[in-house]
Design a protein around this ligand. Structure first.
Ligand code: RIB
Length: 286
């Protein structure tokens, strides 16, 4: 089947810093590298490297042709990425010595994806395919509703988190992934915990404590894979892309989650984003 990913595509400018800058502080970065990134692009690459057929739906400016080429090189179908007259999105990513990050995103073309591009792309989708989106693009609601009406499996990675964007999507979701702080924020907004959202599968990631799957079997804890992190950027996106790829290939949720946990663990030992996402061979050798 196919994973249709309505997602952001960013140029990631990654700076190594001693710590994440505090208000009013100026720091020297010791290193600057440019990667393909964006939560959407990262998920597309992760799912493709996990063996799925992935069609990315999005937009870039003429300055983003390299990103489209790179997605294609990484096995993602880029035919539904529109070139528009708005700059490609970029992100300033500060990575501290302990591997933690701080990110500022300039949304650019990611928030101007033409509705026709989305609709045209999904005319090729079939019942049973997956549709996934995140909170870095426009058309999330339109995409989620259209995919739901077409009988697709609908997934939402609620990042960057905003309860107001997430809440209206809930009735149309089969799969929701968020971290534990976001789960608390969603509970504050809706009054409902993960098992009360009426979404078939809800995954709450807990960083070094693994993840919890709230699904038909109740709560299942997915243990962490211990590693020494050097850069956590894109690890969550890698996890999501791998889980969806596993489910798309018919794996049971526990198996998809266990593989995803390994892929995310490898990812935090690497510097960079989409370009360095591990493939299934890396995961098998881990
Ligand atoms: O989740 C990591 C991603 O967040 C980075 O690639 C950056 O582009 C931002 O979107």
């Amino acid at each position: 089947m196919t994973i249709w990913n309505l997602g952001g595509i960013n140029a990631d400018y990654v700076y190594s810093v001693p710590h994440i800058p505090t208000p009013g502080e100026t720091l020297d970065g010791s290193n600057r590298r440019v990667f393909l990134g964006g939560k959407g692009a990262n998920m597309s690459v992760a799912a493709a490297r996990a063996g799925a057929h992935v069609c990315h739906i999005g937009a870039v400016g003429s300055d983003g042709r390299w990103a489209v080429d790179r997605l294609m090189e990484y096995g993602v179908d880029p035919r539904a990425i529109e070139e528009i007259e708005t700059d490609t999105a970029h992100a300033m990513v500060f990575v501290a010595e302990d591997g933690e990050n701080g990110i500022v995103v300039y949304p650019g073309a990611n928030r101007e994806i033409p509705e026709q591009t989305l609709k045209q792309a999904l005319t090729q989708a079939e019942s049973g395919d997956w549709f996934v989106t995140q909170n870095e693009v426009n058309l999330q609601t339109a995409g989620v509703k259209l995919a739901y009406d077409m009988g697709l499996n609908v997934a939402y990675a609620a990042a960057p988190f905003d309860a107001k964007s997430t809440e209206p999507l809930l009735p149309f979701l089969h799969f929701l992934i968020l971290n534990e702080i976001e789960a608390k924020q969603l509970k504050a907004a809706t009054g409902k915990g993960p098992s009360e959202l009426n979404v078939k599968d809800v995954i709450v990631t807990k960083g070094g404590d693994g993840a919890i799957w709230f699904g038909p079997k109740g709560q299942v804890h997915i243990p962490p894979v211990p590693v020494r992190p050097v850069d956590t950027t894109g690890a969550g996106d890698t996890f999501t892309g791998y889980v969806l790829a596993g489910l798309d290939r018919g794996q049971p949720m526990e198996q998809a989650l266990a593989t995803a946990a390994k892929a995310a663990a490898i990812m935090v030992t690497r510097h960079g984003t989409a370009d360095v996402i591990p493939d299934l061979k890396d995961v098998a050798n881990f």
